[in-house]
Design a binder for this molecule. Structure first.
Ligand SMILES: Nc1ncnc2c1ncn2[C@@H]1O[C@H](COP(=O)(O)OP(=O)(O)OP(=O)(O)O)[C@@H](O)[C@H]1O
Ligand SMILES: [Mg+2]
Length: 258
């Protein structure tokens, strides 16, 4: 398979990275795409949101980053036959020291992914709210990035730093004749009843132009309820506004990249 690896990244917390990762994963399966969802965050939110019990698996993505497990051993099947998950664990002692000691540290995920990549159409990586080596590993392993931006005050905060990090990774990848594309900025949690949200939409569109996805994810209570029940909103409440938007996003993503 000609797989596409996408990092969902923004070091700002609570902007909708995990919600986008799980719902884009679920929405892509409606288009018959086989997806691997990688939870690269110590908070393990994507793992929990996919209904995976944190005590039910032996190896997490972090055991793969420390090279104590190989990716294929850590992948978990889910109820949806088209979604596999590479789970995260919350308590990971000593992982940073082990990774920093690895001379190939920025390329660990990139190297390990090569062995399983061909089994999937899309590999989505839910990044943590930081720009440390874990996020760098995700970006180095990716073909593209989706940047969720919350339609709230200070939405642009930190984006310059994020873009600088992306440029740094692009330079690293260029050496191997690989690229890292910003697939798009995704506007999330738009409160359609207030004008300030739309002001943010205009601001972001002025700055990023064509790189903003046409799909905007509205703020919608079904989204947070779905998180509570450990299922993507696209399955929990398929007719809700947020589900419809995420299904639309999946169409936009596949129309750009097949
Ligand atoms: N469209 C939406 N409508 C309503 N609530 C939402 C929506 N998207 C996300 N949320 C809620 O907002 C909160 C933050 O979302 P999420 O966890 O996806 O952000 P994040 O960027 O992954 O956060 P972190 O940086 O901590 O990993 C969650 O409680 C989630 O349920
Ligand atoms: Mg998250």
């Amino acid at each position: 398979m000609n797989s596409i690896v996408i990092s969902i990244a923004n070091q700002k917390g609570g902007v909708g990275k995990t919600t986008t990762a799980i719902n884009l994963a679920s929405s892509l399966t409606y288009l018959d795409k086989k997806v691997l969802l990688i939870d690269l965050d110590y908070q393990a939110n994507a793992t929990t949101c996919m209904g995976i019990n944190r005590g039910s698996f032996k190896n997490s993505i972090f055991d793969c980053l420390t090279e104590e497990a190989v990716l294929s051993e850590a992948i978990i099947k889910t109820e949806n036959p088209l979604i596999d998950v590479l789970p995260a664990r919350t308590v990971v002692e000593g992982i940073e020291e082990k990774i920093i000691a690895n001379s190939n540290r920025d390329f660990i995920l990139h190297t390990q992914l090569k062995l399983v990549k061909d089994n999937y159409d899309y590999i989505l990586i839910d990044c943590p709210p930081s720009l440390g080596f874990v996020t760098i590993n995700a970006m180095v392993a990716s073909d593209g990035i989706i940047i969720p931006v919350q339609c709230e005050f200070l939405a642009m905060d930190g984006l310059t730093q994020l873009l600088n990090t992306i440029r740094l990774v692009q330079a690293k990848k260029k050496v191997n004749r690989e690229s890292l594309t910003i697939y798009g900025v995704l506007l999330t949690m738009l409160d359609t009843r207030s004008s300030s949200g739309f002001q943010v939409v205009n601001e972001i569109k002025t700055y990023f132009g064509e790189r903003v996805f046409q799909t905007i994810i509205p703020r919608n209570v079904s989204c947070s309820n779905a998180t509570f029940y450990g299922v993507p909103v696209t399955e929990f409440s398929p007719k809700s506004k947020s589900s419809i938007s995420y299904r639309q996003l999946a169409k936009e993503v596949t129309s750009r990249h097949g």
